[in-house]
Design a binder for this molecule. Structure first.
Ligand code: NAD
Ligand code: UFG
Length: 336
């Protein structure tokens, strides 16, 4: 089976390529390298023993997609490509809608032209907005609170409309909670350009001495210790979820939506303590005011993914932290 992976040199995409290659799939990547580097493929090849084909291109370029589908007999597509910074999306909404929606439109049009109807789409827990309660299940009301989140919601709606129009489509929309960690080899991980926005990459750069102190955004949230609670899920577990989703799509047409999370929430202070415990590295922090747009608590109910995909998040906090730290040390010395 040959899988086209859009955004395959990025954080979640590169781990998914490792998972797919290790399971005997062939992989073709299309990525414009806006937020990733081609050099990750040397490391994907080193850990999996196989090298995916990379086409450096924008997914919105239909002619390039047609060239890929003409050259490769693609069986299914996993669509990771997109912009993902919430704050930036507020500043640059048109860029976010153009990229995140335009890429899905171009991709689905060209897939249909080539009779490829199996698609796994990267959605996000952000589509739940401010959830009324936890754990959050797939049937909760959907509401985006920023252009990034709205681009995910609109994509989900487009994909549902697509299936209504043509029942040959097999579509899985995976709502990730908070992806963290790195490949167990320490050779593949998240490589954010500039100062990270997300907790775990920031925290690990503080531990490495590249940043001086972690700002904890508020200790007055209605949570047990007052800091924000999230469902952190190991990126290799997410990668495995994509493989399971592909297997599901092999069996049934339809539009399927799954939460991918651990069903367990941890606070910012618990994450700091877990990281210090797993790595032996101190993480200096200070409490500052709340970050605009944050929510108090969010964690998944993931029983649907367990029942229908046979997927559960196997890796715990210790592995998330120690794998991330291994990658931090490796990338500081070796990755350009
Ligand atoms: P990432 O930025 O590491 O990877 C995305 C990749 O897509 C990058 O390599 C980038 O160069 C590429 N890309 C972007 N626009 C493109 C375009 N128009 N054409 C071709 N390539 C393009 O991000 P990630 O963390 O791996 O996220 C992957 C997907 O998962 C995204 O759709 C993201 O919105 C979604 N997601 C991520 C998170 C998270 O916290 N990381 C949470 C929920 C959902
Ligand atoms: N936090 C800090 N300090 C930091 C960074 C974050 O205290 O420097 C806190 C936040 O306030 C929050 C928690 O750590 O309580 C997690 O924040 P992240 O920025 O790591 O993650 P978010 O939950 O805000 O959002 C992430 C992605 C979104 C995605 C969402 C899905 O950034 O794109 O998970 O649940 F939609």
């Amino acid at each position: 089976m040959k899988i086209l992976v859009t955004g395959g040199t990025g954080f979640i995409g590169s781990h998914t390529c490792v998972e797919l290659l290790g399971s005997g799939y062939e992989v073709v990547i299309v990525d414009n390298l806006l937020n990733s580097k081609a050099s990750v493929l040397d490391r994907v090849a080193a850990v999996s023993g196989k090298r995916p084909v990379l086409v450096k291109a924008d997914v919105r370029t239909r002619e390039t997609l047609r060239g890929i589908f003409t050259e490769h007999k693609v069986d299914a597509v996993i669509h990771f490509a997109g912009l993902k910074s919430v704050g930036e999306s507020v500043q640059k909404p048109l860029q976010y809608y153009d990229n995140n929606i335009g890429s899905t439109l171009a991709l689905c049009q060209v897939m249909a032209e080539f009779d490829v109807f199996k698609l796994v789409f990267s959605s996000s827990a952000t589509v739940y907005g401010v959830p009324a309660s936890v754990p959050v299940s797939e049937d909760f009301p959907l509401k985006a609170t920023n252009p990034y989140g709205r681009s995910k919601l609109i994509n989900e709606e487009i994909l549902r409309d697509l299936f209504v129009s043509d029942e040959r489509w097999h579509i899985a929309m995976l709502r990730y909670f908070n992806p963290v960690g790195a490949h167990e080899s320490g050779m593949i991980g998240e490589d954010p350009s500039g100062v990270p926005n997300n907790l775990m990459p920031y925290l690990s750069q503080v531990a490495a001495g590249k940043l001086s102190v972690l700002s904890v955004y508020g200790n007055d949230w209605p949570t047990p210790d007052g800091t924000g609670v999230r469902d952190y899920v190991h990126v290799s577990d997410l990668a495995n979820g994509h493989k399971k989703a592909l297997e599901k799509l092999g069996q049934a047409a339809g539009v399927f939506t799954y939460n991918l999370g651990t069903e367990r929430g941890y606070s910012v202070l618990e994450m700091i303590a877990a990281f210090e415990r797993a790595t032996g590295q101190p993480v200096p922090y200070r409490i500052v005011g709340r970050r605009e747009g944050d929510i108090a608590i969010c964690y998944a109910k993931a029983s649907l993914a367990k029942a229908e995909l046979g997927w559960v998040a196997a890796r715990g906090l210790d592995e998330m932290c120690s794998d991330l730290w291994r990658w931090q040390q490796y990338s500081d010395k070796s990755v350009q």
